[in-house]
Ligand binder design. Structure first.
Ligand code: A3P
Length: 318
């Protein structure tokens, strides 16, 4: 389990060697850093981003647990911010996967580059991350940049992640564990960027302490009323829709553009790929409650009790 094949800063290497490690059920190595299980391959990018990322007040950061609606949020925020730059029938979203338009700090921006030049990117810059709130670069917390967080019912998140990892096989030579064993690890919080409860609580508390800094969203709420959610997101990031735009039905148009059915049907998302990841794997079912097709009532009961216990007193519920 090497941190990376390239030369690493000696102090990152030293720090890394002190961390507990576990294999995720798909075979990828995770290391436990400040209470969170980070994929080993993005440990160095995380530390590099903490050291070098220089946030601007105008930056927008999309944060999430994997498989919680990140792709959807990327499409929505990109469209909201760029609505005066591209018409709906000319938007890059029609020919690029949302992950190519808004990139991850730890998987893209700082991957293989400890100190990339981000100065030339025009404002507002948009980035995304799966990092927990506690690991975000300090300049993000100190600046006025906004953070939009999305999470999802943990049972659906678990099932969605399971499909995604089985389909993409990020650890080619590993034999994935059976669903029961994977579920066991999930309940212990040992999964990429887990424990899920601490991930959610970190952003939840931040949104309560500073509602102008962190917007806390749930996938299920977007599913229930996307126009309401898109309006709220636009307001929060400082790109409110005008009365005129509302009358013209622009919010509905953007919501339709970013809908699951529309994005899934695009050539780029049917046949394209980003490295080893198939774009189609970002668009599986897009439903609430699909976990019932895979997990027993007993498993659900166990997670529900766990969630109740972990979220008790926070005001956060699922
Ligand atoms: P399912 O596997 O349950 O279908 P992420 O974007 O964080 O990787 O999460 C992926 C999940 O969001 C997948 O869930 C995927 O189908 C769903 N999804 C992707 N785009 C969506 C969209 N535009 N609307 C609703 N759900 C979407």
């Amino acid at each position: 389990k090497d941190l990376s094949s390239t030369k690493v800063y000696d102090d990152i290497k030293e720090l890394f060697q002190t961390l507990p490690q576990e294999r995720n059920w798909d075979g990828r190595w995770l290391c436990q850093y400040k209470g969170f299980w980070c994929p080993v391959r993005c440990f160095r990018p995380i530390i590099s981003s903490q050291r070098h990322f220089d946030a601007r007040d105008t930056d927008i950061l999309l944060a999430s647990m994997p498989k919680s609606g990140t792709t959807w949020l990327k499409a929505l925020i990109f469209s909201i911010v760029n609505r005066n730059n591209y018409s709906i029938d000319q938007t890059p979203l029609l020919t690029s996967n949302p992950h190519s338009l808004v990139t991850f700090l730890e998987f893209n921006v700082y991957w293989g580059n400890d100190n990339p030049d981000l100065e030339s990117i025009p404002s507002p810059r948009m980035f995304s991350t799966h990092m927990p709130y506690e690991l975000l670069p300090n300049t993000i917390l100190e600046s006025k940049c906004r953070v939009v967080y999305i999470c999802r019912n943990p049972l659906d998140q678990f099932i969605s992640h399971r499909h995604f990892l089985l389909e993409n096989k990020l650890e080619k030579d590993a034999e994935p564990l059976a669903i029961d064993d994977a579920f066991e690890m999930f309940c212990k919080g040992i999964h990429p960027f887990g424990p899920f409860w601490d991930h959610m609580i970190g952003y939840w508390n931040a949104s309560l302490n500073n509602s102008g800094k962190v917007l806390f969203l749930k996938y299920e709420d977007l599913k229930e009323d996307i126009v309401f959610s898109a309006t709220k997101i636009a307001e929060f990031i400082g790109f409110s829709f005008s009365v005129e735009e509302e009358k013209l039905g622009l919010i509905e148009e953007i919501s339709r553009l970013c809908s699951f059915d529309n994005l899934k049907s695009l050539e780029v998302n049917k046949f394209g790929n980003r490295g080893v990841i198939q774009n189609s794997s970002y668009f599986r079912k897009g439903e609430v409650g699909d976990w019932t097709n895979y997990l027993s009532p007993l498993m659900a009961e166990r997670i529900e009790k766990l969630i109740e216990m972990k979220l008790k007193g926070t005001g956060l519920m699922f």
